[in-house]
Design a protein around this ligand. Structure first.
Ligand code: NAP
Length: 281
């Protein structure tokens, strides 16, 4: 029997309705939640991402500011802008769209964002809080994956979760969230020997590599939950994930589609983090 789809658009709709209610309550108190999004350069993919984030804010009652800068903006000028936003009482969340141009040190820029406004959860103090089990902000993509598991009432406690990909923005924070939820976690990277040996033992398989078709049907345990974080283009230019969806869906118990899976959840959890920041404030 083909896998059940975990519909990220549908789940997002439900979660965004809750965001809109909370945003309206804060606005009624004169504390409308605000997100600043900074884009440096003219990458077309980044332009789409920031446009979607700003639109999601507008659609759900949050105040948003999109600041677009030329690719030759200096690091000093960007740090000064972040400093001003850190002080701005109308802004509760600050997001700098990555990647930044090569002459700007992304690490330095992220560290300049006030930890209490770091709604992406990438600041080292937020990474440390997550690691020690007391997160202030959960990074949006892994947080969205946890909500997807929650939506199917999946018993994460005691399950074996295998994460393919170990980046700071997806794989590593995902491993922490799953570990804290009681899973036994295996993290794979590009040096992992015999990837299939690991993935075949997964009750929950999260794939985030940016490598199309890296997970095929023979690498999946029957009935497993397969969460595809990847965003790639197929030969005809269509958006696709890291998982061979057509064949894996015949083996898995649950699967997320691309598009319409983790992507919308990432934006939804950015809204949730911004609301949480404004409520704390
Ligand atoms: P990244 O920083 O490039 O990290 C990729 C990770 O995959 C690395 O840890 C790398 O291992 C690992 N990897 C690469 N090839 C592998 C292989 N053959 N076997 C096992 N592991 C392998 O990428 P990212 O930022 O995490 O993003 C990953 C994908 O998710 C991309 O397609 C990105 O567009 C997508 N993404 C989607 C969303 C969303 O909202 N849907 C959000 C964020 C990212 P090493 O550590 O050894 O290099």
């Amino acid at each position: 029997m083909p896998a059940h789809l975990i519909d990220g658009n549908l789940l997002s709709k439900q979660l965004r309705a809750n965001v809109a209610t909370r945003a309206a309550a804060l606005t009624a108190l004169g504390k409308r939640p605000g997100l600043a999004v900074i884009l440096v350069g003219d990458s077309s993919a980044s332009q789409v991402y920031v446009r979607n984030k700003v639109k999601a804010c507008e659609d759900n009652g949050l105040h948003s500011v999109l600041e677009k800068y030329d690719a030759n903006l200096t690091e000093v000028a960007l740090l000064a802008r972040i400093d001003a936003l850190n002080q701005d009482p109308h802004i509760h969340g600050i997001l700098v769209q990555l990647p930044l141009p090569a002459h700007i040190n992304a690490h330095k820029v992220i560290e300049a964002i006030a930890a209490a406004k770091d709604v992406d959860g990438f600041h080292v103090s937020n990474a440390g809080l997550l690691m020690t089990g007391n997160p202030l902000f959960r990074p949006c993509t892994p947080y969205g994956v946890m909500k997807m598991l929650e939506s199917i009432d999946y018993p994460v406690r005691g399950a074996h979760a295998v994460i393919v990909g170990a980046s700071n923005i997806v794989g590593k924070p995902q491993s922490m969230l799953l570990l804290q939820a009681g899973a036994t976690v295996t993290i794979c990277n590009s040096k992992t020997r015999d990837l299939g040996h690991h993935t075949r033992h997964a009750d929950i398989l999260v794939v985030a590599t940016g490598k199309r078709n890296i997970v095929t049907a023979d690498m999946v345990k029957p009935g497993a939950v397969v969460i595809d974080v990847g965003m790639n283009r197929d030969d005809s230019g269509k958006l696709c994930g890291d998982v061979d969806f057509a064949n894996v869906k015949e083996v898995a118990g649950y699967i997320t589609p691309v598009p319409g899976g983790v992507g919308p959840m990432t934006i939804t959890m950015l809204l949730v983090n911004t609301i949480e920041a404004a409520e704390r404030n």
